[in-house]
Design a protein around this ligand. Structure first.
Ligand code: AMP
Ligand code: GLY
Length: 439
């Protein structure tokens, strides 16, 4: 149910939110996947939002927003669009436009935007930058060294205990990390990254291999101010039992029974806040969502990676649990104003990603999809769909996320699984073991 605020809104401490000017907002969401579908859904629940555009959007998003055919990285085109339509706030989903400077361009043009500058987005777009910040500000992470030269990298790797972790320094659509088990594989991977420029010219971070369950802690960040969102766990590997290649994520759930409130607080204080403060001290303050990909190792919680945006598919299970007004929250970050109280439902959410056969490798598109059954406690986030003549077709690697909601994770899973099994398409697969670590 939407929360209807009476204006002006009073906080318990007597402060008044200056939100009168936020009424009748027109919002643009940049991106076209499941994450953006979840963001559009959350914005549409706000009584302040009267119109949502999404560029480029997808078939599911089109039910709540007007989709416009502008690519998510076409910064000039997006800027023209917000000027023409009188958009009050732009919310950016993917990392590519952020690392290309969409927030810089919008700020220069006096347009309100939720998302970090290209300089702050380096926390995701350069693994070496992220490791340097962590080392400088005492944030726990795997030990590492960075190399540009193939022979030096290989000599270093030969001295390490296997497996080692190799990370291409730049953006690589989730494919820039390998975990070679022996020196032959490590040499081949280093060759691909440093000599054959598989992802373009760049450096490689060689990292210590850590063990333990991974989880995602997303925080709304405005300079040194850090507001944690509910925890979620993603499942990166393509196949059941955490086998197969890394993907963008095959499913997620929230909350997490294996992380206590104390551990979460510890991670906010010792990981997220020092990084936010460090970025301020470096002259590149972060404004947007800082995503901590964390691991609970036998030696405590450590950072695996940072992202400069909402996680996908974590956002699809986190935002449905939010009871506060998402639009007011992102506005508070974009404007540097008071943050409303952030409240969460006790319900659990769990979602299965239905992906095209062959993903994360090559896959076919344009297979018809049927059987999206709107059962109670079930929702769908479209990730890669398009509609034509009233029918739905696959148009991407990750196609749909089927999300269940219940009093427990088990109940959420049962609902989502029943609904996922009803989806009819001859070219989709999913992992039925999402949540296995906590069920
Ligand atoms: P990243 O893109 O940095 O998140 O890496 C992709 C995946 O590789 C992570 O989700 C982890 O499962 C794995 N990984 C990355 N770094 C490490 C590490 N230092 N130790 C163990 N696994 C890692
Ligand atoms: N789910 C992992 C990511 O968004 O990068």
């Amino acid at each position: 149910m939407p929360i209807i605020y009476s204006l002006p809104l009073k906080k318990a401490n007597g402060l008044t939110f200056d939100i009168e000017h936020l009424k009748d907002a027109v919002v643009l969401v940049v991106g076209g996947g499941g994450r953006e579908h979840a963001i559009v859904n959350a914005l549409s629940r706000s009584p302040f939002v009267t119109k949502i555009y999404c560029a480029p959007g997808n078939a599911g998003i089109a039910e709540k927003a007007e989709c416009v055919p502008i690519a998510d990285h076409d910064i000039a085109g997006l800027l023209d669009f917000v000027r023409e339509k009188g958009v009050n706030l732009t919310v950016v989903g993917p990392e590519v436009p952020l690392s290309k400077g969409i927030a810089n361009a919008f700020a220069d043009a006096g347009q309100r935007i939720f998302g970090p500058s290209a300089e702050a987005a380096r926390i995701e777009s350069s693994k070496d930058f992220a490791k340097t910040i962590m080392a400088k500000y005492g944030v726990p992470t795997a030990s590492y060294r960075t190399f540009e030269d193939f022979d030096e990298a290989l000599a270093y790797v030969k001295e390490q205990r296997f497996p080692v972790v190799l990370k291409y320094d730049g953006l690589a659509a989730g494919k820039g990390v390998t975990i070679p088990q022996d020196i032959e594989q490590a040499e081949a991977d280093l060759r691909a990254m440093l000599l054959d420029d598989r992802f373009g010219k760049g450096k490689v971070v060689v990292e210590e291999f850590l063990t333990g369950p991974e989880f995602s802690l997303m925080c709304l960040v405005d300079g040194p101010r850090v507001f944690p969102l509910a925890l979620a766990q993603d499942h990166k590997r393509a196949f059941e039992g955490d086998e197969g290649p890394n993907t963008g994520g095959m499913g997620a759930y929230s909350p997490l029974p294996f992380i206590s409130a104390e551990e979460e607080q510890w991670a906010v204080e010792h990981i997220m806040k020092p990084v936010a403060e460090g970025l301020v001290a470096e002259g590149t303050p972060f404004r947007g969502v800082l995503y901590g990909g964390l691991m609970k190792t036998p030696d405590g919680i450590k950072v695996i990676e940072f992202n400069c945006r909402f996680g996908d598919p974590e956002t699809e299970v986190v935002l449905p649990r939010l009871e506060s007004d998402f639009f007011l929250m992102v506005s508070a970050i974009a404007d540097g104003t008071e943050m409303p109280e952030i409240k969460w439902s006790d319900d659990a959410t769990l979602g299965f990603v239905l992906a095209s056969k062959g993903y994360p490798g090559s896959y076919e598109k344009n297979h018809a999809i049927e059987g999206l059954d709107p059962a109670p406690g079930v929702s769908f986030c479209h990730m890669g769909t398009r509609s034509e003549g009233g029918r739905l077709y696959t148009s991407g690697g990750r196609v749909l996320m089927v999300i269940g909601r219940g009093k427990t994770l088990q109940e959420a899973r049962d609902k989502a699984l029943a609904a996922a099994r009803k989806v009819r398409c001859d070219n989709l697969f999913f992992r039925s073991d999402i949540g296995h670590f906590s069920l």
